[in-house]
Every structure is written in structure tokens, then in C-alpha cells.
Design a protein around this ligand. Sequence first.
Ligand code: AMP
Length: 457
Amino acid sequence: MSFTSLGLSAPILKAIEEQGYDTPSPIQEQAIPAVLAGKDVMAAAQTGTGKTAGFTLPILERLSGGTKVKGNHVRTLILTPTRELAAQVNESVVKYSKHLPLTSTVVFGGVKINPQMQILRKGSDVLVATPGRLLDLYNQNAVKFSQIEVLVLDEADRMLDMGFFRDIKKILDLLPKKRQNLLFSATFSPEIRSLAKGLVNNPVEISVSPENSTATTVEQFVYPVDKSRKSALLVKLIKENNWQQVLIFSRTKHGANRLSMYLEKQGIKSAPIHGNKSQGARTKALAGFKSGEVRALVATDIAARGIDIPQLPQVVNFDLPNVSEDYVHRIGRTGRAGEVGKAISLVTAEEAPDLFGIERLIQKLIPRIDVEGFIPSDIVPESNLSRKPIKAKKPKRAKPNHADGQRSGDNARGHKPAGKNKRHFGAKGSESGGNTAANKPSRRRRPSKPATTSPSK
Ligand code: AMP
């Protein structure tokens, strides 16, 4: 299938060609005709599947030739959980609408609101926003919704995890009833389904199933170590293996800061990225990491979510996540598009239960490597891989603003986040995230479907 057969017009096809895309990804093949036909869509798809173009291209097609947007009004609203994702989605909209007379704007918290109010005065065909800041702007009369034709909820599961449920409900109440609704989520938990009930009408359901497990390869290893020796072991591994671009996950914001400082002291250019950092610092850290100036990016889960870094060779879990599914999301960032990626975890005896939970989820024992001089005095117990089915987990009540809440205007406003009872919407096998197509300057391969850490492997 080619893009030309999907019903997109010349200015959009030209922009696609300039991006070097030659074939639509599976989600694009399904979503583009459905959105063009004006249908509501409910799609199970993660970052790396090409979902952004999947909804953006047909929306732009529908917007072009429509009515002119009035001052302070918007015609399409795209809600995302994080600033990074909002900025990336807006970048995509700008790229794909390059040859169309359409405007796009992005707004999120953590930066001054006045410049955003100014820009919105002219109105914008597309507005990409995080929920908190959007409500602030609405309350200040800077944005009006009566011209809205299309609403997109991107990464809806993560928005609920971050406690944005009430903000989303509030926003939905403010929108015109007659509109097209597109809901994208990595997983379809009961909470997402209940949100969908009041949102989409007779939707086209799309699910991108994981690619077969040979397409992407992630080598996984566990390094048992004492807590006090983790940082030194990490430095040794980075230096000895000469890792030039490594994404390191820390469970806490303070931990990320501390580790980043330590790495710098050891001569490894590093930057932390998390919700307490200003937007400027986050953008700078990410740009530095992408350009190769920053060798080690230390991130918390939420800050890292949705970051599009193609062909990441190395992911390190400095701390294991407490939620096993997050491990799969984390390691899904490496081993993309046929490249072999490595995901290693530094694990203390204390973290053994988390390790067992992960191994049970992926139904695989992760090989362990003992490094001389770092053998822990507190031995990490042997795994005993249980093949009992996993019971639905009790919803985890992450405190808003605790793990990595957004600041100013993007805070989950003190309400309970929804649970993490993740279930795939028609997907067979595992969940993993962040799988991105090779970002080659010339012809680009179409994005692979999510990396698989399939239970059957
Ligand atoms: P997304 O899942 O929307 O985050 O997109 C993942 C990556 O795939 C982005 O870097 C896109 O630029 C790229 N991409 C999207 N569609 C295609 C396509 N049809 N062919 C090649 N690359 C694509």
C-alpha cells in the first residue's frame, strides 16, 4: 500500500515524501481512511508505531478547505500527557502541514502563560495541549472551543495514570457535542474503556499487534550489586563498553539528579530529565542527548515517556521500576527497527521482588552477570520463575506530583489517578513501548510495531 491510495491530497503527500516515508505503517493504513471518513476512532498503539502521522495526516486533510479559524478559537484539539509529547506532536503537525495554509500551536505548563495567550489571539487550526495548562488558558478566556471539529486524546492511559481524569472530563464538558473523537492509548484498561464510553460514538477500533519477536532484539541482563556500589558499577560499564548514548532510568527525581552529577564528576557528560526541571532545561537535555553532546541521559519514567529517540542502543535500569509493565516500556526504547539493543538492570537484594515480578511478566529469566569487584555482599536471591497467570494488580495510587508530576498548570489536581490495570486492546503478547523507526535522513523505513518481549519467547 502507498500513501497515494489512502485519499490524501497533493500538499500532504508532498510533505510525507519530504519526510522520506514511502509506506504507511499498519496503524496509518487503518486510521487514515477511518479519520478521513469522519469516523470516531479508538486505537491501541504505542509510540513508535507512526500513530502521530496516523491521526495528524487525515485531520489536516479534513481541516484544509474547511472554515477559517476565528481569533482565540481552535478547530482541532490534541491532548497529551506530557510537555515533551505535546512539543513532539506539534512538531509533526508543523512538518506535515508545511504546504497547507493551516496553523498549529502548542501549549503546556511549566513555562509562562502570557506568550501562549498572545499566540492564541490569532486562533489556531490545531492546538496541542497538556490538560492543566489548557484549562488555565480557557479560564482566562484565551481559548474558545465553539469551533472545535476534532478532539484527539493521545496516550490516554498515561494521562489517566498521571491523574488527569478530572481535567479531561472538565474539558470534554466544554467542547461542542458534535465533533469527531480519536482516542489513542497503549493499553485499554477498564478505566480507559469507561472514559471511552462517554467519548467515542460507534468507533472504528484499531489495534496494532506486536511485530513477531525476531524483528527487534533486545538483549537483557541483570547485574547484581549492592546499592552503595551501583553508581561506580555504572561508570565502569559505560567506560569499558564505550557506550556513547545511554538512557538511564532512575526511580526518583532526586536520584536522577544525584546520579547525573556523579557521572559528570567521573567525566561522563550527563543530564537529568524529570518533572522538576524547567521546560528549557528538559528541552536542552533532550537536544543534547539527541545530538550526542550528552552521553548519559538520566530520566524518570514519566519524563522519558513518549520521547522519540531513534535507534537507542543502550538502556540502563539504574533502579528497577516498581510496576513491572514499566520495565517493558523502558526496554522497548532500544533494539528498534531490527537493531540489536541492550537493556541492563542494576539490581540489589532489596529489589529482588521487583525483578521476580518483571521476569514473571515477561515469562523469561533475565541472565545475570557478576562483575568482579562488585559482587554484592547482600546476595540477590535466585529467581524462581513462576508461570502462574498474573492476577490483575490493584490499581497503584501514584501521588500526583510525587513521582514526576508536571508543574504549574499541568499538575494532576489532587485527584486520584486511575489504576494501572493494563490490558491490551486486542494485542497478542506483551506490551512494550517507545519503539521507533530508524530516523534516517534519507529513505526511512516505516516504523516497526512495538518491540516484543513476548511471553512465549
Ligand atoms: P510515532 O509513533 O508517531 O511517535 O512515530 C514514530 C516515528 O516514526 C517518528 O519518528 C515518525 O517520524 C516516524 N514515522 C511515522 N510514519 C512513518 C512512515 N510511514 N514511514 C517511516 N517513518 C515514519
